[in-house]
Structures are given as C-alpha cells and as structure tokens.
Design a protein around this ligand. Structure first.
Ligand SMILES: C[S@@+](CC[C@H](N)C(=O)[O-])C[C@H]1O[C@@H](n2cnc3c(N)ncnc32)[C@H](O)[C@@H]1O
Length: 225
C-alpha cells in the first residue's frame, strides 16, 4: 500500500477496531473457516507461526491450539488500534507465547526460524501482494507452509445475489473512499488476491485450493520447497 494508502488503512482500522473485533469473532461460520485455513499450515506442537495482518487476534485460539504452549504465535499488524484489541485478548487469556509486533507486512523480517505464515482477509489490502507474499516465502523455513484465506467475487453462476451483497460489503469495508479507486474496489480486491495466490503457487511445491460459501471464500495453502 502506498504511504498515504497505508495511513488511510491504519486510520480506518484504528477507528473500527472494536466493531471489527465483534464481527471477526462472532460472525457465524467464520470460526470454522479460520480453523480450515489454519489446518493448511500443518503445524505441530513447538512450531513458530507468524500471522500477517493479525487484526484483533481472532485466529490466535486456532493457532495456539496447534503449536501448544511450547510453540510461538507472532501477530504482525500495522494498525495500533487493532493490535491494542489483540493485546487485550492475549492478556485476558493469559497467553504467554503470543507476541505482537507493529510492522508492515511488506517489509517485516522475523528474528527467529518460522515454520508457517497465515494471512486471513489481508492480501487484498496489499499494494503489491505478489512481491509481499514472495517476501514471506523467502524467510519461512524450507518445508514450511503458507495459507491465505480471502473473500472475493464468486464465479458460481448461482452466486449473483451473493456477489452483489459482497460488493456492498467491500465498499463499506474499504479504507478511504470508493472514489480513490480508478476501478471498482471489488475488482481491485480480486486482482490482488489472484496475485497473492500466484506468488504462493509459484513458490510452493504443493498447493491446495478450496472454495467455501458458494465460492465467495477461498483458502489457498502451500508447502515450500
Ligand atoms: C480485514 S482485517 C483482517 C484481520 C484478521 N486477519 C482477521 O482475519 O480477522 C485486515 C488487517 O490487516 C492489517 N493490514 C493491512 N495491510 C497491512 C500491512 N501492509 N501490514 C500489516 N498489517 C496490515 C490491517 O491493519 C487489519 O488489521
């Protein structure tokens, strides 16, 4: 995201962090999609997993269950308000192995060996998702995993009403104004998600794709060479 786009997104998510947390944690069906995405990471007890754009930490329970108390979860996000909510969650639950870092996902470099990276509803916000996902694959250990969970327009012909509702949701949840985009934001989102998935499929030796909610939600997972 460009510098001004970055601060627009940070202001947007900072302002809406409380509502986002409520939706992210209570939307019916979302928890099982999160669990499904996390299962693509093939985590074992003791592993270290980085979650990019962790937001308020809705994935942390799923990740923690897999890496156990001896593993580590590192949540990275560039919006202070979202991280504050995540920190409240971590403190409330007493999770000593969940660490939070305020950083840009495009440039973040871990200080330890990383077994897996998760990004849910994030790559559609990146300016250059192809390069950024490629950057993540550079520091995940060989044999490690990446998983991307995203929502986009469905190619299913019966999903027309769902696609219309989805477009409305994209407008409501897009930082800044729709007028900032030269093209419809839902198309921009779809293209960014495709670019992120292209980077993953080019760098992974094994990839898996699945569609959910009539094709609106897609999960891509891959194991690195
Ligand atoms: C739609 S929310 C998703 C939050 C969380 N992953 C979830 O599934 O609930 C997108 C999050 O990505 C963060 N984000 C977007 N671009 C980012 C970037 N370049 N670096 C770090 N965080 C970013 C935002 O601050 C926001 O918290």
């Amino acid at each position: 995201m460009s510098r001004s786009g970055t601060s627009t997104a940070q202001r947007f998510y900072g302002r809406w962090a409380r509502l986002y947390d409520l939706l992210a944690s209570t939307t019916p069906g979302l928890s099982s999609l999160r669990e499904r995405a996390v299962s693509e990471l093939a985590l074992s007890p003791g592993d270290t997993v980085v979650e990019m754009g962790c937001g308020t930490g809705a994935n942390f329970p799923h990740l923690r269950r897999r890496v156990g108390s001896e593993g580590r979860v590192v949540g990275v996000d560039f919006t202070r308000g979202m991280l504050e909510r995540a920190r409240d969650r971590v403190t409330r639950e007493g999770w000593e192995n969940v660490h939070l870092v305020q950083a840009d996902a495009a440039t973040f470099e871990p200080r330890e060996e990383v077994d897996a990276v998760l990004a849910t509803f994030v790559v559609g916000m990146l300016d250059d998702p192809y390069t950024t996902v490629g950057h993540w694959t550079n520091w995940v250990r060989p044999g490690g995993h990446l998983a991307l969970l995203d929502a986009g327009q469905s190619a299913n012909p019966y999903s027309w009403p769902l696609n219309q509702a989805f477009r409305g949701l994209v407008v409501a949840s897009t930082p800044g104004s729709v007028l900032d985009f030269e093209r419809p934001p839902w198309n921009v989102l779809d293209e960014r998600i495709s670019e992120a998935r292209r980077a993953l499929s080019e760098r992974a030796v094994e990839t898996r794709d699945s569609e959910h909610v009539m094709g609106i939600v897609r999960i891509a997972g891959g194991r690195l060479a």
